[in-house]
Ligand binder design. Structure first.
Ligand code: GLY
Length: 389
């Protein structure tokens, strides 16, 4: 167990309430602009611009609205989220920008949340259509869900670590329909991912390729990390939360051990304030930018896994998550609405490096999933939360 953070402060219950209250106020302030429109994936100089429902990130904004509804019980949030569910239903029916694997990111915090919270039947219907779309990305040769690009082209015959977060949609679809095929595909994808994406030192590849003809594992590579062999901070956090969810839905003991290792690598590579730089290659003393969204995702994963562990270990991860959220609240959260219409500063979507394949986008800004997972982490610390995932 890692002891170097033992003296970091934890967030107190009144601070959690305060933080949720600030976040909900900000969401409320944003509703007039962002009910019939969505927030862009990232802010520019602290401010999100409106976009249509056509990016992989749109579900997070609706998820924030649902979390604000849960905290305040103000029906105006429910009404706005229902309008957005309508829009998500239209998106999947008209197949607008859905030729990729991010159906879980899109439909879990929006439509599945609406179904679970208020019994939205449109949410359920859209969620099942999204699950079918995700199933259509499954590659039996290799047994994985193809992340991006046209199906079966060699330069995209790969999975990415982020996809672990898309799988709860399939587990949910099996529960709702009684059709076990969704679950079987999710389980196969988890197995293939975990057999290949975690390196010997427990850092993780961002993406992993397979041979198109035989399905044999081929090689790991990055897109958004600093270099192929480094650990992209957000990818490692998707791994932490993805493993917790994989355990939740499969109860496969092996995943607990992997969770411990992947979390330990992450924690060992954090800077002093527990909020990582955009790649775990960088730490204290670096002038690189942070990715605060990674910290929120990791905190949510630790809080989820803590539910299934013995008391001492559960306490260990709960405390770490508490400390991370305290650091986010004290040093990263937006408190002056004149400076930003987001919730959490200093996140990074894509940082270009000489060794990766992504252009700069949303560098050192707010982003929609950073805001969402910060609210989710706070909500998890505030009450016994029923997952949207
Ligand atoms: N899932 C894409 C990202 O984390 O940027």
């Amino acid at each position: 167990m890692i002891t170097k953070y033992n003296n970091m402060p934890i967030i107190r219950q009144e601070e959690i309430q305060q933080a949720l209250s600030i976040a909900s106020d900000q969401v409320l302030r944003n509703l007039p602009e962002f009910t019939y429109a969505f927030q862009n994936a990232f802010s520019e100089q602290g401010f999100y611009a409106p976009i249509e429902n056509n990016h992989w990130t749109n579900g997070f904004w609706t998820g924030e609205i649902w979390l604000a509804y849960e905290f305040t019980k103000d029906p105006c949030f429910m009404e706005a989220a229902e309008i957005q569910i309508n829009n998500f239903n239209d998106r999947i029916i008209r197949r607008i920008s859905v030729d990729h694997h991010d159906m879980g990111f899109l439909y879990s915090p929006s439509c599945i949340a609406g179904y679970k919270l208020i019994g939205s039947l449109m949410g359920k219907k859209a969620g099942l259509l999204a699950a079918d779309q995700l199933m259509s990305r499954y590659q039996p040769v290799g047994e994985f869900i193809q992340a991006w690009g046209s199906m079966g082209v060699p330069d995209n015959y790969r999975l990415i670590i982020d996809c672990l977060m898309n799988l709860p949609l399939l587990f949910w679809a099996s529960e709702e329909t009684g059709n076990m095929t969704y679950r079987e595909v999710a389980e196969k994808h988890i197995k293939t991912t975990l057999a290949n994406i975690i390196r010997e030192d427990h850092s993780t590849w961002h993406t992993f390729y397979f041979d198109l003809t035989t399905g044999a594992p081929d090689h790991g590579a990055t897109c958004q990390g600093y270099r192929d062999g480094s650990a992209w901070s957000r990818g490692q956090a998707w791994g932490i939360y993805g493993l917790a969810l994989a355990y939740r839905y499969t109860r496969c003991e092996e995943y607990i051990e992997k969770f411990r290792h992947v979390s330990a690598y992450y924690l060992e590579h954090l800077p002093k304030d527990m909020v990582p730089f955009w790649d775990l290659e960088f730490t204290d003393g670096s002038d690189e930018v942070r990715d605060s969204s990674s910290a929120s995702i990791a905190a949510c994963g630790m809080l989820e896994m803590a539910k299934y562990l013995e008391k001492d270990e559960a306490q260990y991860y709960t405390q770490l998550a508490n400390q991370i959220v305290k650091s986010l609240y004290d040093n990263y959260a937006v408190k002056d609405f004149a400076t930003s219409n987001g919730l959490v500063l200093h996140s990074t979507y894509n940082r270009h490096s000489p060794f990766n394949t992504c252009p700069n986008a949303g560098v050192d800004e707010c982003n929609s999933w950073g805001d969402y997972f910060y609210m989710e982490a706070l909500t998890r610390l505030h009450k016994d939360w029923v997952l949207y995932w």
